[in-house]
Design a protein around this ligand. Structure first.
Ligand code: PBG
Length: 327
């Protein structure tokens, strides 16, 4: 082993071109997916208070937004919907004229090349705010599967390119795969939110999506943040059920999970840099306590370095601009 003074690690750090040549991780807008919140109404571009820079868009305001996303070289958007009404069975999720189904059509018209990814879950559509059907005060796994499958199919029939089940019901990937195959949609891939933790970092999102559970919490279906082996089992299960891409969510507090998933599974891996992770950076930057741009780039680099191929992030647009040398 060569060591000091024969070896000087600083030599390759002296010149920026050398630093650049030996850089191991390179962020690119081409690995980002940008989440969007869609709502009813007209002319709505309503700021989401705890997520500065993010908005609720009505359908008529979507075209301009997705045009920008595509122009920035971001390959896809992930859609979340705010329905006009909620009910116990989350009907809005699988209504062929539901908000997401309408949004998909608008986006496909406005930016045909943009990949439309949809979140398959009931929590934005149920009046109780849980991700599944309630039976005797509990979230019933098996009854929920059929509704998730219907939701995914409604999204695909409206034009979605990739469906991402996030309800954390056992068997959800299989149920969706079977429903899509039966309908002749065997070419539509599934991105499973395989290892999704019961995280307090979803707080700002729940304000944005109005999806806070009205009683209890999500710990009977989302994972315990303390568990890493269980995450490997969740990912294994999603793959066995037919997931084409798997995900770890959140990202920053779970970089070890991302790394282990990368080493263990030869499947495309996504990481979701969630709302609370975004809000922390925004809040500290607004206070002048953190330098927003380098901090954001460092955090996203860490997610990629940990092993994620795809990064779902609310920072996507600003980072894409920075990477183009703008702003
Ligand atoms: C739906 C869903 C949630 C998020 C993505 N899909 C909320 C939740 O599980 O409570 C969170 C995303 C974020 O915080 O950015 N189940």
């Amino acid at each position: 082993m060569v060591s000091f003074p024969d070896m000087r690690l600083r030599r390759v750090r002296e010149l920026e071109p050398v630093r650049s040549l030996i850089r191991e991780t390179r962020l690119s807008a081409s690995s980002f997916i940008y989440p969007l919140f869609v709502t009813h109404g007209q002319g709505v571009r309503q700021p989401i208070e705890p997520m500065p820079g993010c908005y609720h868009f009505s359908l008529d305001m979507l075209a301009e937004e997705v045009g920008q996303v595509a122009e920035l070289g971001i390959p896809g958007v992930l859609l979340f919907g705010l329905p006009a009404e909620k009910d116990p069975l989350g009907t809005g999720a699988y209504d062929p004229e539901g908000i997401i189904q309408e949004a998909i059509k608008v986006i496909k018209q406005a930016a045909p090349q943009l990949l439309v990814v949809t979140d398959v879950c009931l929590c934005e559509y149920t009046d109780h705010g849980h991700c599944g059907v309630i039976e005797n005060g509990k979230v019933d796994n098996d009854q929920t599967l059929e509704l998730l499958a219907r939701s995914a199919l409604a999204q695909v029939q409206a034009g979605a390119d990739l469906v991402a089940p996030s309800a954390m019901m056992d068997g959800q990937v299989r149920a969706i795969r079977e429903a899509l195959d039966r309908a002749g949609e065997q070419n539509v891939p599934i991105m499973g939110y395989a290892a999704k933790y019961a995280s307090a970092f979803y707080g700002p999102f729940r304000v944005a999506a109005d999806s806070t559970p009205q009683f209890g919490d999500r710990r009977s279906y989302q994972m315990d943040p303390a568990n890493r082996r269980m995450a490997m089992r969740e990912i294994e299960t999603d793959i066995a059920e037919g997931a084409d891409i798997v995900m770890v969510k959140p990202a920053l507090a779970y970089l070890d999970v991302i790394r282990q998933a990368r080493d263990r599974f030869d499947y495309p891996l996504a990481a979701y840099n969630v709302s609370g992770e975004y809000s922390m950076v925004k809040a500290a930057s607004q206070q002048g306590w953190l330098d927003e741009k380098p901090v954001t780039l460092e955090l996203l680099t860490s997610i990629q370095r940990a092993g994620a191929d795809i990064i779902i992030t609310y920072h996507a647009k600003e980072v894409a601009r920075w990477l183009q040398g703008r702003d």
